[in-house]
Structure formats: C-alpha cells, structure tokens
Design a protein around this ligand. Structure first.
Ligand code: COA
Length: 335
C-alpha cells in the first residue's frame, strides 16, 4: 500500500470583480446586509466574452498546479473533476479538461457533490494512488455560478453568496515516505436534498416541459436554499467531521496547524473557529474576496494559503466541507 501527497496547487479566478454595491443595482440588497450575514465583500463573475467557462477555468488552475508539481500533462494518469455547474449537462468537465490539456485517453471522472466536491474528489484520488493503480491524479474544483443564478430580488438570498473560480491539486504517490494525506472522511444525508438544490434541467424538469409550459414564474431552474436550515446543519456536521478526522489519527485540536474550511459563509467559519478555540492564524478564510465558490472554494483557499507561506512542511492541514445533498467530509494532511 502506498501513501499519497499533494505535490502541486493552483487556482484561477476571473478578473471581473463584482462588489456588494454592484449587486444592489440589480436587486433589492445592500452591502451591510451581505457583510453582516456572510462576511462577503466581493466575488468574481465570468464576463461574457472573456473566454472563461467551468472547464476553461479548471484548465487554468490545473496548468499552474502541474507546473508547481513539476509534471507535464502526459504524467497525469487520471482526472477527477468536481463541479455543480458543468459547461454541459453531459458530458462532464473532466473530459473537457483532458481534451484541452492534451492528456491522451486517460480516464476522467466527474464528482457531483457540490460544496463537498473537492473533499470527495481528493478522497477518490487518494484511494487510487494508495492502491497503486495511478501515480499522479489531477483533482479540480471549478464553478461558473454566475451563469445560472437569479439576479433579481427573488433570488437574492442565494445569488449574493456565490462566486466563480477554480482550484486544482495534483495528488501523487508519496515518494518521500513522510507526511501526505493521512485520512479522508465522507458522509451524506439525502433526506435533506431539497434544502439546497437546483431541480432543473433534470429528467424531472426536462426539455419538453420547459418548451410546453415556459411559465413566467417557473423557478426550478434557479437554485433554492433554506439558509437557516443549512446553517444549523453545517455547524454540526463541520464539527463532527473534524473531530472524526482528529480521532482517526489519534490527534487533538491542539495538533491542527491550519484549518481550511469550505468557504460557505464567514459566520460558519467563525462559529467553528470559536468552538475549537483556534487562533486567527490557524484558520484561512478568503470568501470575503471570492464568495462561496462551492467545489472550488477549498482548492482556491488552499492554493492561496500555500502561496502566502501559511502552509509549511510538517504542518497538520485540516480541510472540511459541508453542502448540498447534504454531503460533508474532511481531509487530514501532514504537509
Ligand atoms: N439582501 C437583503 N435582504 C435579504 C437578502 C439579501 N441578499 N436575502 C434575504 N434577505 C431578507 C429576507 O427576505 C428576509 O426578509 P424578511 O425578514 O422581510 O422576510 C431577511 O433578509 C432575513 O432572511 P433570512 O433568510 O432569515 O436571513 P438569515 O439571517 O438566515 O441569512 C443567509 C441568510 C443565507 C445568509 C444565512 O441563512 C446563511 O448563511 N445560511 C447558510 C448558507 C450557506 O452557507 N450555504 C452554503 C452551504 S455550502
């Protein structure tokens, strides 16, 4: 049995900055409400014509991650692509990345686990590397939320939260023998599927129905979120899955060097930080600048924290996520 290690990180966000004040020109909202409830100050949105899409941003982040891992596209054995906003309903983003990066006929798998997508994707990569089946796996989380949100007042409780961007990690066989991915912990609870969801397009809200009905007030094509319900479950599940990861490795909260939560909402991160009594320098948040980028949020934050020198060799890095499904999970890494 091998162990796996993250050997390269990269991220990309579109240049177009959308502030809270910009959104208040489109809908009945304001900077104070958004900041107070979520901590978000601005986010990035793809601009029509800037060439970006979910898969294109994924390629941009992946190119940086590969350079940092000192690997060529031909060294990658497998792609795991996490998104809830693929360019096409099918096929998924993984095969598009494979094509754009010229990766021959290697396999590509799409992960549909929303805000927990990157944590699930890392876990998948880790298992394939551990068994020896693959040596280098490219893991990508990428989202184009702005392409599908309701920017009228009707959609304000959802649309102010989300932003676009991509992050990538190369998960490689750990040749050094030290550190690496220690463990991953995954969960789901499908009975809450409707609480944070987008119903269409789907086989239940399918093209003939869209064409036949085209009702003025038809909303299944926009995301729905029961914010307070999600908040309450998120803080419980985040806590549980961090404790589960620590217990599995015979570690305590004092062993955490840096905690990188899914960037859902600053209030959720602060709640967890307080609960675990972690000092500010042990928690990395950047949703103030990028909003919630769902599957991309952890790899963007991880890549940015690494760039800023906040992750050092030997550090215990804890990743945790919660999101639609509900799904949640954690990853324990000795850097
Ligand atoms: N701007 C201004 N007012 C808004 C608004 C916006 N963008 N969105 C909603 N409101 C209004 C509501 O209509 C409501 O008005 P009312 O009292 O007149 O009915 C009021 O603000 C309070 O709405 P509510 O939904 O109760 O607010 P909240 O305190 O629960 O905050 C969230 C809303 C979404 C910020 C909060 O519930 C949250 O962060 N939940 C977790 C979401 C999350 O993290 N999702 C991702 C999980 S991966």
């Amino acid at each position: 049995m091998y162990t796996s290690k993250i050997t390269g990180l990269g991220h990309y966000v579109p240049e177009n900055i959308v502030t809270n004040d910009d959104l208040s020109k489109l809908m009945d909202t304001n900077d104070a409400w958004i900041r107070e409830r979520t901590g978000i100050e601005e986010r990035r949105h793809i601009k029509k014509g800037d060439g970006n899409s979910t898969s294109v941003m994924g390629v941009k982040a992946a190119t940086i991650a590969l350079e940092r891992a000192k690997l060529a596209p031909s060294d990658i054995d497998f792609i795991v692509f996490a998104t809830l906003s693929p360019d096409m309903y099918f096929p998924g983003g993984g095969v598009q990345v494979q094509d754009m990066m010229g990766m021959g006929t290697i396999p590509a798998l799409d992960v549909r686990n929303q805000c927990s997508g990157f944590v699930y994707a890392i876990s998948v990569a880790d298992q394939f590397v551990k068994t020896g089946m693959y040596k280098n796996v490219l893991v990508i989380g990428s989202e184009n939320h702005s392409g599908g949100l309701d920017f009228t007042t009707r959609g304000r409780s959802v649309s102010v939260i989300f932003g676009d961007g991509a992050g990538a990690a190369v998960v490689s066989r750990n040749e050094s023998g030290t550190g690496g991915i220690l463990s991953t912990h995954l969960h789901s609870e499908g009975k809450h599927k409707d609480q944070l969801s987008l119903q269409g397009p789907s086989t239940e809200h399918w093209v003939p129905e869209i064409i036949a009905e085209n009702p003025q007030e038809d909303i299944p094509y926009y995301p729905y979120m029961n914010g307070q319900f999600v908040f309450k479950h998120a803080i419980v599940r985040f806590s549980e899955v961090i404790k589960e990861g620590l217990a599995a490795n015979d570690m305590g909260v004092e062993d955490i060097d840096i905690f990188i939560p899914h960037q859902a909402n600053l209030r959720i991160s602060q709640f967890i930080q307080k609960k675990f009594q972690l000092p500010d320098d042990k928690v990395y948040n950047n949703m103030q600048k990028y909003g919630n980028t769902t599957a991309a949020s952890i790899p963007i934050a991880l890549s940015e924290a690494w760039e800023k020198g906040k992750i050092k060799e030997g550090d215990l890095v804890v990743l945790a996520a919660f999101g639609s499904g509900f799904t949640w999970g954690s990853v324990m890494i000795r850097w």
